[in-house]
Design a protein around this ligand. Structure first.
Ligand code: GAR
Length: 193
């Protein structure tokens, strides 16, 4: 039976698209569900186009009620992949998926992580600090923002004339190249018989 992924994303969804493409036709691992908290998000169009079920979640239920865990169970979700998802993951979800929730962050953690550090805010902070390099961090999710054990990092140079947008593009190149393959490696290692 295939290992089922739920991809949580609330933005354009370019990482979600790469993950979907990477696992297409793979009989061991499949993207089973797209979970999103923003009805306007581009990722919902991707889900529609790819004929993958999407679940639009609501804040109250996510944080104060059952965190949609019964729904994830119905879809037999084995792993949760955060690809541009900005809400903190509730403790009960972390407990239900121990070391089975993976996030991507667009900087070299522990720098530039934490609440409010997402997307262009991160790239602006890197540029303001004058850092010569930035990169991506793929990590397990724990109860603090951008804090769990690091799985993988990759770096890119920051040029003097980079803008938040140009840096975001460089970061996306790294994310698209590495995120799907690192997900696969981590899953296969954990699910080894
Ligand atoms: C990605 O760069 C991801 O690292 C970032 O949001 C972007 C989503 O892009 N995540 C965070 O900032 C989380 N703190 P996408 O919607 O095109 O995949």
């Amino acid at each position: 039976m295939a290992i089922n992924l739920a991809v949580f994303a609330s933005g354009a969804g370019s990482n979600a698209q790469k993950i979907i493409d990477y696992f297409k036709g793979n009989s061991n691992v499949q993207v089973r569900l797209i979970v999103c908290n923003n009805a306007e998000a581009g990722v919902l169009g991707i889900a529609l186009h790819e004929k993958i079920t999407s679940l639009l979640i609501e804040r109250g239920r996510f944080f104060k009620e059952d965190s949609y865990l019964p729904v994830l169970k119905n879809y037999e979700i084995d792993w949760i992949i955060l690809a541009g998802f900005l809400w903190k993951i509730p403790a009960k979800m972390i407990a239900a998926y121990p070391q089975k929730i993976i996030n991507i962050h667009p900087a070299l953690l522990p720098k530039y992580g934490g609440k409010g550090m997402y997307g262009l805010h991160v790239h602006r902070a890197v540029l303001d600090a004058g850092d010569p390099e930035s990169g991506i961090t793929i990590h397990y999710v724990d109860e603090q923002y951008d804090h769990g054990l690091t799985i993988f990092q990759a770096k890119c140079p920051v040029a003097k004339d980079d803008t938040p947008d140009s840096l975001a593009q460089k970061i996306h190149v790294l994310e698209h190249k590495y995120f799907p393959q690192i997900i696969e490696q981590v899953i296969l290692k954990k699910n080894k018989p």
